[in-house]
Design a protein around this ligand. Structure first.
Ligand code: ZN
Length: 295
């Protein structure tokens, strides 16, 4: 049984653990605060890899940012990580095989192989966290596109200059469908000092303003589901990330499937929570190692 040292790096936390080739953790997941500089991040990776590389067959890293088709480097800006991070030479961390993949793609692969999309051939996994990401499975393969960046959920969603996105666009999809978007709706529909947490709490208390804010956010999510449903014609759309737990699945599934032109898809909540990125990237590397072994 092969072993993989799997990392998941985001703007606030880095998580790592050793997994087997089926994505099972061999030990507890370790979580640390992401270092403030790109040099600090590199040194952290180097130290952990050095300590564990003799025990494993390879290293996988699920990361924010778009990753090239060779899975060796980041090819986009990564707004929530320090400057210079996207230029790091990940391949110099170890002589063992190393695979880098976008975190939303990695999470999608975990859901496809072992989670809510298991048994399908066509699936879309939307990650609704601070931002919005997606991983798209077409005929059993992860859609990467010509450069590796396929699945970026950034497009102008409204005209005007209401909401500025981390990608630089005004009124981008992410500013209407992410966790931060619900905070924007909270301020708009409730009060200036309100956040997404107040909306969720207000919903439970029957606050009509919270209901308005939430309905606006959820209708933007529904539009996104219709878009992905029409373009990719998936069997299932899986919602993951911190906001996925708040979605009214039955209601929005019905509405979105009423509005699409293709055959209905199933809307599901992700099975894996925070560890999906680590598991997915480890599974992708395990698959590559198996392919390389074949005569
Ligand atoms: Zn954007």
């Amino acid at each position: 049984m092969k072993k993989i040292l799997a990392f998941d790096i985001g703007g606030t936390k880095i998580a790592y653990a050793v997994t087997d080739e089926n994505g099972n953790f061999a030990n507890d997941v370790v979580k640390v605060t992401t270092p403030k500089t790109s040099e600090g991040i590199y040194e952290f990776f180097k130290t952990v890899v050095k300590g564990l590389e003799d025990e494993v067959d390879g290293v996988s890293i699920a990361t924010a940012g778009a990753v090239n088709n060779e899975n060796t480097r980041i090819i986009s800006h990564v707004g929530n990580l320090p400057e210079g991070y996207n230029g790091l030479d990940f391949m110099s961390l170890t002589d063992k095989p190393l695979l880098l993949e976008n975190d939303a793609n990695s999470a999608a692969w975990a859901e496809y192989k072992l989670g809510a999309a298991k048994g399908t051939r066509h699936a879309v996994v939307l990650t609704l966290g601070t931002g919005v990401g997606s991983g798209i499975i077409v005929d059993g393969r992860l859609l990467k596109g010509k450069s590796g960046a396929a699945g970026e959920m950034h497009v102008r969603f409204d005209s005007g200059e209401h909401r500025k996105c981390t990608c630089g666009l005004w009124d981008c999809l992410e500013t209407y469908v992410s966790g931060n978007a619900l905070t924007t709706d909270a301020r708009l529909y409730m009060r200036e000092d309100m956040t997404s947490y107040d909306v969720i709490r207000g919903l439970k208390d029957g606050n009509p303003k919270a209901r308005e804010a939430f309905d606006h956010w959820q209708s933007c999510l529904e539009n996104t589901l219709v878009l992905m449903g029409n373009i990719f014609d998936p069997e299932v759309i899986v919602l993951s990330g911190s906001m996925a737990q708040f979605v009214e699945y039955e209601k929005i599934n019905k509405q979105a499937n009423h509005d699409i032109l293709t055959r209905p898809f199933e809307l599901k909540q992700a099975v894996f929570e925070n560890n999906a990125g680590m598991i997915g990237a480890a599974l992708l590397l395990a698959e590559r190692l198996r392919q390389e072994e074949r005569p």
